[in-house]
Design a protein. Structure first.
Lengths: 509, 513
């Protein structure tokens, strides 16, 4: 028996993840030892500090292109770009999560108290929200960073669980409509577990096929198969199911509207922006690095899934009456457009998808940021009919929301247009013209629900029940400003970010 | 040619104006109106200077005032502006119509309880998108303007329009957006097959290498977008609703300027970039044009709503323009472009005058009028003149353009020309009948009870209609200054299409003179 040799570890390249996991652990300790009063400030500061430090580490490592820690983690262009994206979007989400000036924050104080009990009524009134959300969020972000960097399937699975479990918990912590929130968390957890199981089973099958779990091994085995192809295809399908679930692609999307609606809105924003980046980052890596050799086999299947997703998202968005559900279906449709970019399977597809992820993330954060502000006596007023005439009552917020909706609809001079252009252009280049035509048709369909909201905002008279728009605190204002400015900037002067994605669009194998 | 950046300044000027006007508080509505008017006059002055600077002598370059600034290098999308003769006359039309409409809309907002500065800021924002779309010489930039022009118009119709404004605004937006998205697919396709560039000049060079089938599909994407915008039958159903619901001034801009983007786009992008596809689709386009002329004219005859009626006449006129474009002769092409200008003036005038009637009566319906000429002889006379111009009476400008289109189509496409001529007769029917039912005959007793109906044309209204009437008469007798600008551009376009001109060019242009 030979000596057990430690693989070489490049701590610098891993530092963004190490920082986040380390600070998250410190956060757990802080939760235990700090007095209740100072916890919120300290935890919020710690979380921001962690994200900022990790972002600095990503920038320091910006030219690193290597596989480290025994082939488990690949730090390359896409990894660093997506990690940077997750960190920036995560920081903006943290601003929404950290908002405490509206109703003492969006989170419940003690989630374990029975809903409707005397104790619960007392805590609903005046108790400050749980501060565990900060370490949980940082753990989730750390898991996402690892997820997009994972270079073997087991690491990927571990990362998947690391970022999923905190999200399940976070979903259950809404201050208002607690039953809905708990139901959402349970649904997300159960379905998410199924998806994880599929993923894991798929990993086992692929291991059986290729004799290794590294993406490089799989690539080599695909190029030169030694065992039955059934293992390969079944394994790929199951791994894909796990990823498609996280990315909210049809037919694995059914959890999305319920979870988006039930979760505390800042957490919904975090999921819509960051989870999407992580899920598509991993999908890109698996398809481009490991299964490049069978692209002709999965391209049509995933093409059908992309079409289905766009169609389901667009059509069901038309029928929605709740703002958060509407945005959930819109995010499903957007996942379809992203998959169109992924399926281009060329460099433009990779850079276009990355651009889309960032652009969409900022817009969706701003959209959910607005939703946290529109409130009536029962908390957030998410029913569509309540938004009627909001343009008269608070023109500024209505204008911002209209702008974001126009971005979702893909009107030029917003990031929604440039990003759609980037993925569609790549897909035509990659010979997927039919997907682009399908994407264009569904864009027409989904423009209708957006437009309906715009009509409600501006062209309807405000009624008795029109909610007020709360004055946002500093953090929410900052998040909104960043989201909107990024949406404008990426629409008007997208060149710098496009160049950045192009420079980053090269996987190491 | 001067190095002065005319086009970028011309494009940005109204945008700055829009921001300035939007910032004026609501209490100072009068100030907002004056600033908006002044700003649009500034644009007019600059356009006139440009018109004078434009070179028309033989051998002058087709595209002038070219400017190009980097935008998205990795896609080769640039802020490129340039104007040929066709673009220049359209820019001139815009520059003339906007101050007229702003003055005509002076009291438009007061009844709706909405903010006047917003309305005039939206008008200026709309002018910005209009100038941009005609001045762009980069397909990406063109597409951007093509899409964002919807937004100010959507809010103008939706917030300041008449009874069915919500429905009309949404229908307008969705129709246009559908067209725009077809075009998006086509633009992406063109970018991929045309060598990863959006520069119009470079694309023109690469156009020959595009495979026939692909070119036809891409052509179709562009054509549907333009046909919806124009609108051609059967994509026209949004226009009567939008035109009927929009405030009269905005409706004048809608049909007078915005719809021209469709025909302009066909001339600028469809024909030169996809010559083979244009020839292949020409019969279908011609049939649509002829159907549009007859069908819209018939519907116009039956209309009881004044603004919808004018919208339908506009669809009929666009049938003529479409025929002229797809006849591929210099006379017909020049006639079409001239028609685009004249139609902007004539239908713009008609819409504005109809707006004056509607504002006084508080109703759009023809049947609510009757004998109004007895109360307001001058205004009724203006309506009559606008109607005559719109039916292309000789001596008014539209006659020359309609005539050019018909002789241009006559040689090669006799059948179409004959059917289109029926449209002229129908035009006489709908215009004269409308004028008769509103201003002639016995006085509708209900009118005497409306105080506003007792007041004939005001000084402001005279200033509004005077320039349009003068231009219609002037161009009716002496169109040479305009045709001189248009002709080289049309000839260059037809050269790109590669059709041999069946008619002797010299005779045609001679007639135009």
């Amino acid at each position: 028996m030979g000596d057990l040799k430690l693989p070489a570890i490049d701590y610098g390249a891993l530092s963004p993840m190490l920082i986040l996991f380390g600070v998250a652990c410190v956060g757990v300790l802080a939760e235990a030892f700090l007095p209740r009063k100072s916890r919120n400030t300290v935890q919020l500061g710690l979380a921001f500090l962690a994200v900022a430090a990790a972002f600095v580490a990503v920038i320091v490592e910006h030219s690193t292109r290597k596989i480290t820690i025994g082939g488990a983690v690949a730090v390359d262009g896409p990894t660093l770009f997506l990690q940077g994206a997750i960190l920036v979007l995560g920081a903006v989400s943290l601003m929404l999560i950290g908002e405490r000036s509206i109703e003492r924050g969006p989170f419940v104080s003690q989630a374990a108290i029975t809903v409707g009990s005397q104790k619960d009524l007392r805590q609903a009134g005046d108790q400050p929200g749980a501060t565990e959300v900060y370490p949980l969020t940082v753990f989730a972000l750390g898991g996402m960073l690892l997820f997009v960097a994972a270079n073997d399937l087991l690491t990927m699975f571990v990362a998947l669980e690391v970022f999923s479990l905190p999200l399940y918990l976070l979903c259950a912590l809404a201050r208002r409509r607690r039953l809905l929130s708990q139901e959402a968390a349970l649904k997300y957890f159960l379905l998410g577990s199924y998806a994880s199981a599929f993923f894991l089973f798929g990993v086992a099958l692929i291991y059986g096929f290729s004799g290794g779990i590294g993406l490089g091994d799989v690539h080599a085995a695909v190029a030169n198969p030694q065992r039955s192809q059934v293992l390969l295809y079944a394994g790929l399908a199951m791994v894909a199911i796990g990823l498609l679930f996280k990315a909210a692609l049809a037919p694995f999307h059914v959890w999305t509207p319920d979870v988006y609606q039930g979760a505390p809105t800042p957490i919904t924003a975090l999921m819509a922006a960051c989870t999407k980046v992580a899920a598509f980052g991993a999908l890109l890596r698996i398809l481009y690095v490991a299964f490049d050799g069978v692209r002709w086999d999965f391209q049509p299947v995933l093409g059908v899934i992309a079409s289905l997703t766009m169609l389901v998202g667009a059509i069901l968005a038309v029928t929605q009456t709740d703002m958060k559900r509407l945005l959930a279906y819109s995010s499903i449709a957007n996942a379809g457009y992203l998959l169109v970019g992924v399926l281009a399977l060329n460099k433009e597809g990779l850079s276009g998808t990355m651009f889309y992820l960032v652009a969409y993330g900022f817009s969706v954060l701003a959209a959910f940021g607005i939703i946290t502000l529109v409130r009536d006596a029962e908390g957030e007023a998410t029913h569509l009919s309540k938004w009627a005439g909001l343009g008269r009552k608070s023109p500024l917020f209505a204008a911002v929301f209209t702008f974001i909706l126009l971005a979702f609809a893909g009107i030029p001079l917003t990031s929604g247009f440039t990003s759609k252009f980037a993925v569609f252009g790549a897909a035509v280049e990659g010979g997927q013209t039919w997907l682009v035509i399908f994407g264009v048709i569904t864009s027409m369909l989904i423009a209708f629900p957006y437009l309906r909201v715009v009509v409600m905002l501006w062209l309807s008279e405000p009624g008795e029940s029109t909610p007020t728009v709360s004055i946002p605190g500093f953090l929410t204002s900052a998040a909104l400003a960043i989201g909107v400015l990024a949406t404008i900037a990426l629409g008007v002067v997208p060149a710098p970010l496009i160049d950045l994605t192009r420079d980053a669009a090269e996987f190491v194998r | 040619m001067t190095g002065f950046p005319f086009l970028s300044i011309l494009t940005l000027l109204p945008l700055i104006g829009a921001v300035v006007v939007a910032l004026i508080p609501r209490a100072k509505s009068e100030l907002a109106k004056i600033v908006a008017l002044g700003w649009s006059l500034l644009v007019l002055v600059l356009s006139v200077v440009m018109w004078i600077a434009f070179e028309t002598q033989k051998g002058a370059p087709r595209f002038q005032f070219r400017e190009s600034y980097a935008w998205i290098p990795s896609w080769d999308a640039r802020f490129t502006f340039a104007a040929d003769g066709i673009g220049l006359v359209m820019l001139m039309l815009i520059a003339i119509l906007f101050p007229v409409v702003i003055l005509a809309s002076w009291h438009e907002v007061e009844e709706s309880k909405r903010s006047a500065p917003t309305y005039f800021a939206l008008l200026l924002a709309f002018e910005f998108t209009m100038i941009g779309v005609f001045a762009a010489a980069d397909v990406f930039l063109f597409y951007v303007f093509f899409e964002i022009m919807l937004i100010p118009m959507y809010f103008i119709i939706g917030s300041f329009g008449g009874a069915r404004r919500q429905y009309a605004a949404v229908k307008f937006f969705l129709y246009s957006l559908v067209g725009g998205l077809f075009m998006l697919a086509a633009v992406i396709g063109l970018w991929v097959v045309g060598g990863h560039t959006f520069d119009f000049a470079k694309l023109l060079g690469a156009a020959g290498g595009i495979d026939t089938n692909t070119a036809r599909w891409i052509f179709l994407g562009f054509f549907i977008a333009f046909a919806i915008k124009a609108p051609f039958f059967p994509f026209h159903t949004w226009l009567p609703d939008a035109g009927g619901a929009a405030p009269a001034g905005a409706a004048a801009l809608l049909v007078g300027v915005m719809d021209k983007v469709g025909t302009f786009g066909i001339l600028r992008y469809c024909l030169p970039l996809f010559p083979e596809a244009s020839r292949w689709f020409a019969p279908a386009a011609l049939v649509l044009g002829v159907i549009g002329i007859i069908y819209a004219a018939l519907l116009a005859v039956g209309q009881n709503d004044l603004k919808r009626l004018v919208s339908y006449t506009s669809i009929a006129h666009f049938g003529f323009i479409g025929i002229g474009i797809f006849a591929f002769t210099t006379q017909a092409g020049t006639g079409s472009v001239l028609y685009m200008v004249n139609h902007g003036l004539a239908t713009g005038l008609l819409f504005i005058v109809v707006g004056m009637f509607v504002a006084r009566r508080g109703s759009n319906l023809v049947s609510d009028f009757g004998g109004a000429g007895k109360l307001m002889p001058v205004l009724a006379g203006v309506l009559f003149f606008a109607g005559l111009a719109s039916l292309a009476l000789p001596g008014t400008a539209p006659f020359i353009s309609e005539f050019l289109v018909l002789i241009g189509t006559r040689n090669s496409l006799m059948a179409y020309a004959v059917v289109a001529t029926v449209g002229i007769i129908l035009a006489a029917a709908y215009v004269l009948w409308m004028v008769q039912r509103t201003t002639q005959g016995t006085l509708n007793p209900a009118l005497t009870e409306v105080p506003a109906m007792q007041k004939d044309i005001t000084l402001r209204e005279k200033i509004v209609v005077a320039p349009l009437i003068l231009l219609l008469l002037l161009l009716g007798f002496y169109p040479k200054p305009v045709t001189d600008v248009i002709n080289p551009a049309v000839q260059a376009t037809l050269q790109d299409v590669g059709t041999t001109d069946p008619g002797p060019t010299a005779v045609a242009t001679g007639k135009a003179r």
